[in-house]
Design a protein around this ligand. Structure first.
Ligand code: OOG
Ligand code: NI
Length: 466
């Protein structure tokens, strides 16, 4: 018997993780409170805009987290735990290439993929795995010792994995099993109090503080949990007024007059947390590590491959125009966007730059003439309504920025060495699961809505005379 379905497990897991993270990192609670204030204010002022990209209940509960693991086997186990929560791997991000500093990881995001599942609870976890075989970061000796260290640790108790397999197989868990599963799952992502080997941690930190964070300790932890806010510029100002220093920039698209697309994020470094260290002589001393942070995000419309290519071009254009001018990124970005990006949702749809779902308008023309053929005419003439599809994924450049803003140093990257070949196929093989392509998911959602529209426009309307 299953008392708790995957979406209920997911909702409860996200809630408990949030409670745990709030006690470990109090600034997170402040960030959540301010996000909710900003969201409520916008809902009062402009309810249409506030709920254009998701109902307020979804947005209020919405979080993403991030974790980092060390080995393919650990990644496979993470995939199993999240499968129990109805979260599937989507997308491949190569942070080794996206970051200027040494960030030796490749990543995916686990999230729900069906519309109704996303509406119930869109919880997602950005998940990175270390790349010890990449010679640009690790020489053969360090790779060997690092892999040895990782092989000896166990992040997830076997009971957690067994329960996760049962949940995936049965489509949920009985009450007592669900309770046990959630308890073990949340505990697996708590910060450990076990002493950290000072010399080993420091050796890895010289290569990359991400490598030390992952491979310098015998456990993993959630390193941030991100609420969604409907007005990130307003949030940035309110946090600053409270004395919380955010990173200089909001990552991703600028604030501008046109529609919000993709994802805007900003973050702050959490305080150093007390940790115990084991010294070379075996004694244990008090110390501190600063490995966690706070982040907040605003989500926009999902772009098609053409839209994304344009976005990437605009990002490069902003870099080019800024070079040697001393101008701020946000200023230049608004200028570039105003020149190059359509200013309305309708134009984004017409030019095939963004994803929408379509529905037959209840008040569509009652004319006896057949509806027009093209989708844009159907929308223009009031037959069909378009609703934007919200972007559910991440951006490699922003992710690299998030990683970078939390590094203790740049680390070392030997660019004369060859990169280890790790790609989406490799990751799918490691997970032993389908690695979903985000564009396919958005395109399918669009197609499904169009099929329904075709059916509705072809059928005689209730109450109308033939
Ligand atoms: C993950 C950073 C990426 C985001 O929102 O882009 C990320 C990490 O630091 O482990 O969470
Ligand atoms: Ni994040």
């Amino acid at each position: 018997m299953t008392d708790a379905q995957p979406w209920q497990l997911r909702t409860e897991f996200a809630r408990r993780l949030s409670v745990m993270y709030g006690t470990e990192v109090p600034a997170y609670t402040t960030l959540v409170d301010i996000s909710h204030e900003v969201n409520r204010d916008l809902l009062d002022k402009d309810p249409e805009r506030a709920q254009r990209l998701g109902g307020i209940d979804r947005v209020t509960a919405e979080r993403h987290g991030a974790i980092r693991v060390g080995t393919p086997e650990e990644l496979r186990q993470v995939g199993q735990v999240f499968a129990a929560l109805g979260m599937h791997p989507v997308g491949f991000y190569d942070l080794r290439e996206a970051a200027a500093s040494a960030v030796p990881v490749v990543s995916t995001a686990f999230r729900p993929i069906d519309e109704d599942e996303l509406a119930r609870n869109p919880f997602r976890v950005f998940t990175s795995v270390l790349t010890p075989s990449d010679r640009r970061f690790f020489d053969a000796d360090l790779q060997h010792r690092l892999e040895g260290f990782l092989a000896r640790r166990r992040l997830f108790p076997p009971e957690l994995i067994t329960l996760a397999e049962r949940a995936e197989h049965d489509g949920g868990l009985a009450r007592a099993d669900a309770e046990r599963f959630l308890d073990l799952a949340v505990r697996a992502f708590e910060l450990s109090s076990a002493p950290v080997d000072r010399a080993w941690y420091a050796e890895l930190e010289r290569v990359s503080s991400v490598a030390a964070d992952i491979g310098g300790v015998a456990s993993t932890h959630i390193n941030h949990l991100t609420p969604r806010v409907l007005d990130i510029d307003e949030l940035y100002e309110r946090m600053a007024r409270l004395g919380v220093t955010m990173i200089d920039d909001i990552q991703g698209p600028p604030r501008w007059e046109g529609p919000d697309v993709l994802l805007r994020q900003t973050s702050f470094r959490a305080l150093a947390e007390p940790r115990r260290f084991r010294e070379a002589d075996g004694s244990v001393a008090e110390g501190a590590l600063r490995v966690r942070f706070g982040e907040v995000e605003a989500r926009g419309i999902a772009l098609t491959p053409q839209g994304r290519a344009l976005y990437d071009e605009l990002v490069d254009e902003v870099d080019r125009r800024r070079r040697g001018t001393g101008r701020g990124r946000a200023d230049v970005a608004v200028e570039v966007w105003s020149e190059r990006l359509p200013r309305s949702e309708h134009a984004l749809a017409r030019e095939g730059l963004a994803y929408f779902t379509y529905s037959a308008a209840a008040d569509r023309p009652a004319s006896p003439a057949p509806p027009p053929e093209s989708l844009s005419d159907l929308v223009d003439q009031g037959w069909v309504r378009a609703e934007p599809i919200v972007y559910e994924d991440f951006l490699p450049r922003s992710a690299a920025g998030i990683f970078q803003s939390n590094l203790t140093g740049d680390g070392a990257k030997d660019t004369t060495q060859r990169a280890a070949a790790l790609d989406a196929r490799w990751m799918s093989g490691v997970l032993d699961r389908t690695l979903h392509d985000p564009y396919d998911l958005y395109a399918r959602q669009r197609e499904r809505s169009l099929e329904t529209v075709r059916g509705e426009l072809a059928a005689p309307r209730a109450g109308s005379r033939p």
